[in-house]
Structures are given as structure tokens and as C-alpha cells.
Ligand binder design. Structure first.
Ligand code: SF4
Length: 220
């Protein structure tokens, strides 16, 4: 995976180095990732801010009726589904831990912590890994739709594989200490340049190794 190492290094010199500052707020991360499903970051942040404003503690959220929570997070879309998922998750945490926090996750191995999060309804591998990377700074590499598109185009993974398989391949090959930086940089590249419909190849720092770029130029 020499190409992967090159991509990591090129993106760091293009965008600058970034450092992960895990906040330890596992429930907050979990709720934020539920809110981020099928919406953009701006609306996710608005929904989260509105939730925190309306309910000062997770205990308050747990006591809320689903429609009250749905009203607070409406701006993030799919409010009814998300509110019942959030309440269900909080109920499970309370039942299993006796308290509304997930500090115990930091005492588990990465695999155990991942499996714990995956047992919640609505939590897939990407969500679980986001929580562990941003909340605890664990060495995992979440693959969202932007990353999936860019790594396929680059030829870092086969074109027709599932998100689960992409997680498996990339988590095996991305160096642990670069997982945060590559995650952040690929999302930025996907949002700013490697758009789904009209990628801006000419402004992209990764053209020398990109399969998609090579194909476009060979067929031009
Ligand atoms: S060269 Fe084009 S297709 Fe390849 S990563 Fe950059 S923007 Fe995307």
C-alpha cells in the first residue's frame, strides 16, 4: 500500500497536519452521529445544539416523550426515527450500566468497544468507529460516503465492495497514528473537490496516483 502512504503524506502537506482531541464525551458523540445520519454537518450541529438547549442533561432526554425530543431535533431530519433511537440507546445504557455514561468503554479493547456500540439499534460500523475515534481517540478508521467515493476513485479499494469490506481493508492498512488525519483530509477532499458528479481534478493534489483521473485522461 505504497499509494496509501503517499496519499496520507500528500494530503498532510496539502491541508496541513491535524491533531485528534478526543473529548471523552461518548454519549454526546453517539447522539451526534445518530443525528448526522442522512443530513449535513450544519443541520446535525443545529439539531445537537437545539437538543442540548432544550434538555440540559441526558437524564432529561431520557425522561422526555419521543415527540418532545423529535421537536427539538427536527432541523436534522428524520426526527421521529432519530428521537426513538436516541431514547432507546439511553434506556439501554441506563439499564446496563446503572448510570447514564459510557466511561466503561475506555476500559475495553477496541474490538470489545466496537461490538458493544454495534449492538445498539441504528449504530453501524461507521457510527461506532466515529464514536471511538472522536470520543476516545482509539485507532479506528470510519468510512463515510465521501471517503468511500474518493478511495474508490483513487483505486485504494476495489470499485464494487461493500462499506463493511471497505472498513475492513482500510482499518487493516491505514497506520494507526494516521487514521484521524486521513479521515479528516479525505472528507475535506470529497466535499471540496472530489464531488460525486463533477470532480475538480485540476485542483486536486492526488492526480498523480488517481485511477479515475488516469481513465478520464486516457479517454479524452
Ligand atoms: S483526481 Fe479527481 S477523481 Fe481523483 S481524487 Fe482527485 S478529484 Fe477525485
Amino acid at each position: 500500500m505504497d499509494k496509501l502512504v503517499w496519499v496520507i503524506s500528500r494530503l498532510e502537506s496539502h491541508y496541513g497536519e491535524v491533531r485528534n482531541r478526543p473529548d471523552g464525551d461518548i454519549i454526546g458523540q453517539l447522539v451526534r452521529t445518530i443525528l448526522s445520519q442522512n443530513t449535513n454537518d450544519t443541520n446535525r450541529d443545529r439539531a445537537y445544539a437545539s437538543l442540548c438547549n432544550r434538555f440540559p442533561s441526558w437524564e432529561d432526554v431520557l425522561l422526555a416523550r419521543p415527540e418532545e425530543l423529535a421537536a427539538a431535533i427536527r432541523v436534522g431530519g428524520l426526527a421521529n426515527i432519530k428521537s426513538s433511537r436516541i431514547i432507546q440507546i439511553l434506556q439501554t445504557i441506563q439499564k446496563q450500566n446503572g448510570v447514564l455514561n459510557l466511561d466503561s468503554l475506555s476500559r475495553l479493547s477496541t474490538e470489545e468497544a466496537t461490538n458493544y456500540l454495534l449492538h445498539f439499534n441504528g449504530v453501524g460500523l461507521k457510527t461506532a468507529y466515529c464514536v471511538l475515534l472522536f470520543g476516545l481517540g482509539l485507532p479506528v478508521f470510519p468510512v463515510d460516503t465521501h471517503i468511500m467515493r474518493v478511495v474508490r476513485r483513487l483505486g485504494l479499494i476495489p470499485r464494487k465492495i461493500s462499506s463493511e469490506k471497505a472498513h475492513q481493508i482500510l482499518n487493516q492498512h491505514v497506520p494507526h497514528e494516521k487514521m484521524y488525519s486521513l479521515h479528516v483530509h479525505l472528507i475535506r477532499l470529497g466535499r471540496e473537490l472530489c464531488h460525486p458528479r463533477s470532480p475538480q481534478h485540476d485542483a486536486c493534489p492526488l492526480t498523480p496516483v488517481c485511477e479515475e483521473y488516469k481513465e478520464v485522461h486516457e479517454n479524452a
